[in-house]
Design a protein around this ligand. Structure first.
Ligand code: 7RM
Length: 632
């Protein structure tokens, strides 16, 4: 299962294409199964219907924890670092993690959570978040982690869509210099959620919370009523392990569904090989567990490999920009995995904050979430990696579960701003707009995957047709990623970015339609159009064109802008706040009423030299007005 040189990679890749069943069966042998599978793979991309390791029985937490107890029980599984450096860090050995997860699982059981029930987890990055996720997996409940930066409205949408029975939250959270009430947000959300029977509150900051009889429970009190033995529930290979909401080009965010066995096999395999994990390595992924990166590469991937994983509650620049480097030195971190947006923001603070830190322990640096520009890549390589660490630029999606395109650290060829080659088992292709495969190198096209891989999404919760439509209908017989990519002269992939109406802000995905819906909730707004534009720090920024009843006077525009920003923060969350708002009297629409986003994007980019054909516009004059009024 562990690839140790480039020729092994090539052999594995070839084998995975020629004999996929055999290839994955051999990898799957490395796990603990209560019962082995009858069939490795059954699939078609028309419905789609994808089933891996059918007939197998297992529990993923036995593979994450129990399996390591005998030999490595006293090894540290989890290192937790708080937001404030003045507070002590915590560590949990595999034995301790086992106890915590079992205790948490028993609390859930006591509260009436059964196999198959959906549990919504809305928590800061504290150890109990990890315990809660694994506790759900232990008893076969489906976890749906909602990033704690989302607003009450967003939370309510996700709870309702999932039909969650229980919500787990904390009283409050610290992030950087801010403290935020989380239980209050849950209370607000629950006003419109009828499926939730109970709320479990973990204490983080000793904030006063409003406890309602029979509805709200405090974790510490519930934990006293149970013991720390909890046999793992036996799951079928294809039983749902979790869902995770993600934005697309249309409608509300969808619940991407992952199943048990395939997700386990692929996240473990990709973690081991991409990062070239070695026993005693310390893996620090700075993502939030509210995103797929956190699920796969803070929790499941590392724990499945028996690795030590670092979980950090805070932000890169609190209390100052040296925080990451301090943590790397403090815990002798070998693998550091972060997002380009964090790198760019630290880059802005110069390099003085790095000087005192040699970070000798570091071996591998990772990047994920958005394209990493060459400048950031070099800065990362020189200043953090001191030119002696491998960089892996890892491409994947909520839907893919694990990393699909990346160098294997120190093994595959790398090139700045290029994710590299697909992992074994990943049949990546580029298609042209007619759906023909583009052969050869030095070519650009739509990135699609031709063959199933174990951790691919199985459906979108409650709406299989939407899954088919979104991912399997654009090009028949292919999974469509929504990304455009270029294969360079050596066959290395560079991900260019989304080709659909999805904006990637600091590695967070939003649909333009989703933000427009939020903006339109503001009572002053008649209509809006949202586009992304290149943003120095965030990768992409959010640019909103707004039509009001009457064109607002200059004096009114500032408060109107604040009011619209406030609305978006309430509807989605502070992470989706627009960067620029332009008031316009009309939008460039075709006679059939379609907004020509191409024009809006060009204006937002500040490049109006070539707007293309505007002759089909209903009112070409509106374009002039938009250009003149552009917010640059
Ligand atoms: C892991 C994650 C997925 C979208 C994806 C891309 C973009 C992710 C990279 C990247 C260039 C990368 N999941 N993306 N990784 N673009 N290089 N290494 O971010 O579901 O939240 O987003 O993110 O556009 O489609 S996600």
């Amino acid at each position: 299962m562990h690839i140790t040189d480039y020729s092994e990679y090539q052999i594995a890749y070839q084998k995975s294409l020629e004999e996929p069943d055999l290839f994955w069966a051999e990898i799957a042998e490395h796990f603990h199964w209560r019962k082995k599978w009858n069939k490795v793979l059954e699939w078609n991309f028309e419905e789609p219907n994808v089933k891996w390791f059918q007939g197998a029985k297992l529990n993923i937490t036995e593979n994450c924890i129990d399996r390591h107890l005998e030999k490595n029980g006293n090894k540290i599984a989890l290192i937790w670092e708080p937001n404030d450096p003045s507070e002590a860090h915590k560590t949990y050995t595999f034995i301790e993690l086992h106890k915590e997860v079992c205790r948490f699982a028993n609390v859930l059981k006591n509260m009436g959570v059964d196999k198959g029930d959906r549990v919504c987890i809305y928590m800061p990055m504290i150890p109990e978040l990890a315990f809660a996720v694994l506790a759900c997996a232990r008893i076969g409940a489906v976890h749906s982690v909602v990033f704690a930066g989302f607003s009450a409205n967003s939370l309510a949408d996700r709870i309702n869509d999932a039909g969650a029975k229980l919500v787990i939250c904390s009283d409050a959270m610290s992030r950087g210099s801010k403290q935020l009430p989380l239980k209050n947000v849950v209370d607000e959300a629950l006003k419109t959620c009828s499926t939730v029977e109970k709320v479990l509150v973990v204490n983080r900051l000793n904030w006063p919370i409003h406890l309602r009889n029979g509805l709200d429970f405090v974790y510490d009190m519930e934990a006293e009523k149970v013991d720390e033995n909890c046999p793992a529930t036996e799951m079928d290979a294809e039983d749902m392990l979790f869902m995770l909401y993600t934005s697309g080009s249309t409608g509300k965010p969808k619940g991407v569904v992952h199943s048990t066995a395939g997700y386990m096999v692929y996240t473990a395999y990709s973690f081991l090989n991409v990062f070239q994990y070695d026993i005693d390595d310390i893996h620090f992924c700075t993502a939030d567990i509210g995103w797929i990166t956190g699920h796969s590469y803070i929790l499941y991937g590392p724990l499945l490999n028996g690795a030590t994983t670092v979980m950090f509650e805070g932000v890169p620049n609190h209390p100052d920009p040296s925080r990451f480097w301090q943590l790397i030195e403090k815990h002798s971190v070998t693998h550091f995995y972060t997002a380009p947006t964090a790198i760019r923001s630290l880059m802005q603070s110069g390099t003085d904050h790095l000087t005192p830190f040699a970070m000798h322990s570091l071996k591998v640096l990772g990047s994920v979430g958005e394209p990493i520009n060459e400048e950031a890549w070099h800065w990362y390589h020189v200043n953090v990696g001191k030119e002696r660490c491998q960089i892996v630029d890892t491409w994947f999606q909520t839907e893919t579960g694990g990393i699909l395109i990346s160098a294997l650290a120190g093994i595959s060829p790398t090139r700045p701003a290029h994710a590299g080659q697909p992992l074994p088992g990943i049949h990546a292709v580029l298609l042209d707009s007619k759906g023909n495969e583009i052969e050869g190198n030095d070519k650009e096209g739509y990135l699609c995957i031709k063959f199933p891989w174990p951790s691919m999404l199985r459906t979108t919760y409650g709406d299989h047709e939407r899954c088919r439509q979104t991912y399997f209908s654009a090009y028949k017989g292919y999974y469509f990623t929504g990304d455009g990519a270029r294969r360079d002269e050596n066959g290395l992939y560079r991900i260019i970015g989304r080709v659909d109406d999805v904006i990637n802000v600091s590695g967070h995905r939003f649909g333009t339609a989703e933000i427009e819906n939020a903006v339109n909730q503001n009572k002053n707004v008649v209509e809006s159009a949202v586009v992304g534009y290149p943003h120095e720090l965030k990768g992409q920024g959010i640019y909103v064109y707004v039509i009001c009843q009457n064109m607002p006077e200059a004096a009114e525009q500032n408060w109107l802008r604040s009011s619209i920003i406030q609305t978006v923060a309430e509807e989605i969350g502070a992470i989706a706040k627009p960067d620029k708002i332009q008031f316009v009297s009309g939008l460039p629409k075709t006679r059939s009423g379609k907004i020509m986003r191409r024009i809006l994007r060009k204006v937002a980019e500040g490049d109006v030299s070539n707007l293309g054909d505007t002759s089909t516009l209903l009112d070409p004059l509106v374009v002039e007005e938009i250009i003149i009024g552009a917010v640059l």
